[in-house]
Design a protein around this ligand. Sequence first.
Ligand SMILES: [Zn+2]
Length: 152
Amino acid sequence: MLTFPIKHEWLDLIERGIKKEEYRADTPYYESRLGPYLGQEIECALRNGYSATSPTLKVKVRVEKGTGNPDWGAEPGVTYFKLVILEMRRIEPETFIIKARRCKRCGGLLTSKQAVEDGYGHVCKMKEKAEQAAATPDPNQLTLFDVFESEE
Ligand SMILES: [Zn+2]
């Protein structure tokens, strides 16, 4: 499938259904890539960036040649290869960002939502609780329990 780099603002306007054509210069490079498809409908990808996680739209387009809309980046009177957008859908990147942190006890990598919130893995959390329960409470230290009780 052909993939074309595209500016973020154009990708955004296409995704919102406002920009209905994408233009490519009438150069030997694009002649070699798009020329064979002139008048045909093809599937291609429009990608803002060069990595696998860059925002990408998969589009069905009709390849035409002609002048374009200046509001959509075309210079008046200039002939372009025009990709007339017929259908589109967003491609979700294959990699994504998750929250992770190191366990405060063992240093292991934590990725579950609960563990990331706790700062401990499941096993370390139980060990930590058991140790806290076994430890003799410091009589001078105010506990959360005391605070809640005194408020009532
Ligand atoms: Zn741990």
